[in-house]
Write a protein that binds this ligand. Structure first.
Ligand code: FES
Length: 374
């Protein structure tokens, strides 16, 4: 059957899944209300010469078929092809999700690539098909629904006022001030509801943010393996590792404050604070081990990202979030970026078993400078 033959003669009403019943929205125009359709001048359908004949042209009904049926048929095939491609890509997405391994970084990359490409094709196929559908198969008209003013008419407004006043009288609300006032009193506590909501944000932190679980003698564990460490096992200059406090290595709440980076420098690279004592230059606050191993808080003093990068040639500790840079050889002083103060240093010592331990807690609050002011 040709395209033109398909359109000749009366088309019996058919219910198609996903559409209104025959004689509904488009059939009798009853849902169009007071509205009318207006074309934009493209194609036969919707072409009009002036505002006065548009209502007559469409008679309150939307055109059910596009003007160029041959073009519509071609568009239909393109739409169907797009949806079939989207379907096949969707099957590919499921197959990639189920079938591709993700046990290594490379395998995960391959899986992500396949999932991303197949999902993109699904969305592109659906989007392209919908675009062609709308532009070539749907009526190219604008519909306008006339609406009355939202204000009620005077009669209704008068009726409501009388009804309201009658209710105020018959409910005794105006006649019984005791009831009225106690009702208002009863609702007063509701005004405190926002205070309750604020209270539910949780207890105030108090001074808990000033302290961590580091204490004298607590051993340093290598984060991940949870092994204690001796200075001899950490002997390669330029090394940097993450450290957890023994006993709290699996406690993420405490680790969020107590994580430490341990850095090994070459002899002579660390600038130990010194002062003259009785004419002799002595070191102060030497919290390092062998003058080459030093520990700093891993929590950036800007807004708390974990500092994670170390340049062994320059001794720079870098925060990846906003590029704050700290000098590991010089008390982790800030040399670049928005951080306002050095990374707090964890005083180190070696215990009788030869393991690295903390001499004390940090002497400065860790994390963003905001807390220091709190
Ligand atoms: S959090 Fe480190 S620079 Fe901003």
């Amino acid at each position: 059957m040709s395209d033109m033959e398909e359109t000749e003669g009366p088309v019996p009403p058919r219910r198609v899944i996903g559409t209104p019943p025959p004689g509904g929205l488009l059939g009798d125009g009853s849902r169009a209300g007071n509205g009318h359709a207006r074309g934009d001048g493209r194609g036969d359908v919707g072409r009009r010469s002036d505002e006065s004949d548009e209502a007559e042209h469409f008679e309150g009904k939307l055109p059910t078929d596009p003007p160029d049926m041959a073009r519509a048929k071609r568009a239909e095939r393109v739409v169907a092809l797009s949806f079939i491609i989207a379907f096949l890509a969707g099957c590919g997405f499921i197959a990639a999700y189920v079938g591709l391994e993700v046990h290594s970084v490379d395998a995960t990359l391959r899986s992500n690539l396949a999932l991303g490409i197949s999902l993109s094709v699904v969305l592109l196929g659906l989007g392209f098909g919908a675009l062609i559908w709308v532009r070539n198969l749907m009526p190219d008209v604008e519909t306008v629904e006339e609406r009355h003013a939202p204000r009620s008419d005077d009669k209704d407004r008068q009726a409501f006022q009388e009804y309201f006043e009658e209710g105020a009288v018959t409910s005794q609300f105006t006649k019984r001030p005791l009831v009225r006032r106690t009702l208002m009193l009863a609702t007063l506590p509701l005004a405190a509801a926002p205070v309750v909501l604020l209270r539910d944000l949780g207890p105030l932190p108090g001074t808990s943010l000033r302290h961590t679980v580091w204490s004298p003698g607590r051993r340093l564990l290598v984060y991940g393996t949870n092994q204690p460490l001796t200075p001899a096992e950490f002997s390669v200059p330029g090394s940097m590792i993450t450290i957890a406090p023994e006993g709290y290595q699996d406690n993420q709440d405490e680790m969020a404050k107590a994580a430490v980076i341990l850095i090994k420098l070459r002899p002579g690279e660390l600038h130990i604070p010194t002062t003259y004592n009785g004419g002799t230059l002595v070191s102060t606050m030497n919290w390092t081990v062998d003058n080459t191993i030093v520990a700093y808080s891993k929590i950036c003093t800007h807004v708390g990202c974990p500092v994670a990068l170390y340049e062994q040639t320059t001794h720079h500790i870098l925060c990846p979030c906003h590029q704050s840079t700290f000098d590991a050889a010089n008390g982790a002083n800030v040399i670049f970026g928005p951080a306002a103060r050095p990374l707090p240093q964890l005083p180190l010592a070696v215990n009788s078993d030869g393991y690295l331990v903390a001499k004390s807690d940090f002497t400065q609050p860790v994390g963003p400078s905001f807390w220091e002011r709190g």
